[in-house]
Design a protein around this ligand. Structure first.
Ligand SMILES: [Zn+2]
Length: 80
């Protein structure tokens, strides 16, 4: 079983699902897989960039209005 279904001919660059090229008969190999990982390797860099470890970072986060504010605005919009 190929590690990836999509193959590309080494000679004519044709795309195929077989390991031999349907156009020229040369060997086809797996197209380069996407560089992907479930682990976020750049998270450390991003945390540094945004200053997540600094105390004032949390203050800059968006907040919801208080429950009382939400209730009052909800009732006002229902009356319209
Ligand atoms: Zn080919």
């Amino acid at each position: 079983m190929a590690r990836q279904l999509l193959q590309q001919c080494l000679e004519c660059k044709a795309w195929t699902l077989a390991t031999t090229c349907p156009s020229c008969g040369a060997k086809a190999q797996a197209a380069a897989p996407l560089k992907w990982s479930p682990e976020d390797h750049r998270a450390e860099i991003r945390r540094k960039m945004y200053g997540v470890t600094e105390a004032q970072w949390a203050e800059g986060l968006a907040t919801l209005p208080s429950l009382e504010e939400m209730k009052s605005s909800h009732n006002a919009s229902e009356e319209e």
